[in-house]
Write a protein that binds this ligand. Structure first.
Ligand SMILES: Cc1cc2nc3c(=O)[nH]c(=O)nc-3n(C[C@H](O)[C@H](O)[C@H](O)COP(=O)(O)OP(=O)(O)OC[C@H]3O[C@@H](n4cnc5c(N)ncnc54)[C@H](O)[C@@H]3O)c2cc1C
Length: 457
């Protein structure tokens, strides 16, 4: 089985959501204001005349906004396609990181302000107040356990710790955040000053939880289960492309009804005895054609090594499609694609799918060694078929064949003189993408014409 433009058949496009970034920002800020108004309406501001009153008020506000951010985290992690479309997976992942840290800091501040504030107000001292609160209110004890879990999740995400942990360990620790959310929930309704005696505020607060939970259920669980039941995906073939790189062909029922486009990626879970429990992101390396989906995997770690020996017939559970590195972002008729290493996968699919006149598509493909170039034959076929230009930039940087930066502004201008009039799609190692984006800016390519996908969250 090969994948060329000859086999291309139209499949439906993923739904376009009529949501704009400004709508999302307005909704988030609007709710933020509503929460502040709710706090004021309950008369909490009148207590600000004493130190204990100020601390208790600070404890209440940090609790409300800390919890609000935790709920926003659930929305950000719901893998909702409208969020992906509006912000892109990269930006959602970045937001998740900063909203997460801020939320945890606010919740720690809530615990501290509240304990010190009530300790002062009742003359118990900090330790006395802590012991009283934990011994008197079981829900506060549960929330304190939840806070400890949140702190563990936060510490595991600090860059230094993250680098030392395997992805699986880090992800496993992250799952405790759900337990933490559940543990903290009841204490808000049981002892939260804003909720004890205001049924409307309680209803509003519960509604926020229900909305966040529903998005999680629908998009993280419902949608992938539906996709898998509908299409019953299986591995149809595994083909070696280069040393340590294989293409996995996945077939299934009604694939011509699976809405996706070139440049997108799925989280793939291969249901083998050892690996069914983990899913990994891989881009489509061939344009969707209604007959098979193809992903191409480079061996860089334990999971990608196992995939090199995947058995034909293995059941596949796929979540997606995700990602914005698609024709939907296109603003110009002419396109430049810049691939580094295995970053060729989504660009290979785009080269096949993007509508273009002959001469409109150019691919620059950077690799360290000739043998690292994957899809060479397919790229040759596609370039003939589509009238595209492909340049291979092979060699170690600083060697006689490639003395300088092979993607320096001068080289880019020489290879693609009209670069500033093109959309540029980039995928490759992070450092390469950063330097290419800098070089493109130096060549006055507007940011709106530069589209990229990171192969790491
Ligand atoms: C949007 C996207 C598209 C990708 N497309 C491709 C592709 O087409 N071809 C390809 O070869 N690689 C692709 N990757 C990279 C691929 O997902 C990782 O190489 C693979 O998950 C590494 O797993 P491992 O256990 O073998 O390696 P490890 O050594 O365990 O991990 C190496 C690094 O990969 C990342 N990673 C590991 N597991 C996961 C996971 N479950 N989810 C997210 N990131 C993880 C982490 O940053 C980790 O530090 C893509 C990544 C992303 C984010």
């Amino acid at each position: 089985m090969t994948a060329t433009a000859r086999t291309l058949r139209r499949v439906p496009r993923p739904r376009t959501w009529s949501v704009r970034a400004s709508d999302v920002v307005a909704l988030v800020l609007g709710n933020g204001l509503l929460i502040g108004a709710m706090w004021l309406r309950h008369g909490q501001a009148v207590e600000l005349h004493s130190v204990s009153g100020i601390l208790i008020a600070a404890g209440q506000l940090t609790a409300l906004y800390g919890t609000y951010l935790v709920l926003l985290q659930l929305v950000l992690m719901s893998r909702s396609p409208w969020l992906d479309q509006v912000f892109g997976t990269d930006r959602v992942a970045d937001l998740h990181r900063w909203v997460g840290f801020t939320g945890i800091m606010l919740l720690v501040a809530h615990g501290t302000f509240t304990t010190v504030g009530y300790g002062l107000a009742y003359g118990n001292g900090v330790t006395g107040e802590l012991v009283t609160a934990l011994a008197t209110y079981p829900y506060v004890l549960m929330a304190t356990a939840g806070m400890a879990l949140f702190i563990a999740v936060g510490i595991s995400s600090v860059r230094l710790a993250r680098r030392r942990l395997s992805y699986e360990t880090w992800y496993g620790i992250h799952l405790y955040a759900y337990l933490a959310i559940a543990l903290a929930f009841m204490h808000q309704l049981a002892v939260g000053t804003d909720f004890i005696s205001d049924p409307v505020a309680r209803l509003y607060w519960i509604a926020l939880y229900v909305i966040a939970g529903t998005l999680m259920l629908v998009f993280r669980f419902g949608q992938p289960v539906r996709l898998s039941l509908r299409h019953r995906l299986r591995v149809a073939n595994v083909v070696e492309e280069a040393p340590g790189v294989v293409s996995i062909y996945v077939t299934g029922r009604d694939l011509d009804q699976l809405a996706t486009r070139a440049g997108q990626w799925f989280r793939w879970r291969f249901l083998t005895a050892d690996d069914w429990w983990r899913s990994h992101p891989f881009s489509l390396s061939a344009a969707p054609n209604g007959r098979f989906l193809r992903l191409t995997v480079k061996d860089i770690g334990d999971h990608t090594r196992t995939l090199q020996r995947l058995r034909i017939g293995t059941r596949v559970f796929a979540e997606g499609p995700y990602g914005n590195l698609t024709g939907a972002r296109r603003t110009r008729p002419r396109v430049l694609m810049i691939a580094g290493g295995i970053g060729i996968t989504p660009l290979r699919a785009l080269l096949e799918e993007l509508p273009a006149a002959r001469g409109d598509l150019t691919l620059l493909y950077r690799a360290h060694r000739e043998e690292d170039l994957v899809f060479r034959n397919e790229l040759e076929q596609l370039s003939t078929l589509r009238g595209a230009t492909v340049h291979y930039l092979v060699g170690g940087r600083g060697t006689p064949t490639l003395p300088g930066d092979p993607l320096a502004p001068g080289t880019l201008r020489r290879l693609v003189p009209d670069v500033a009039q093109r959309d540029v799609y980039i995928c490759g190692p992070l450092s390469m993408m950063e330097s290419v984006r800098r070089n493109l800016r130096a060549l006055r390519v507007p940011a709106s014409q530069i589209h990229f996908e990171r192969f790491a969250f």
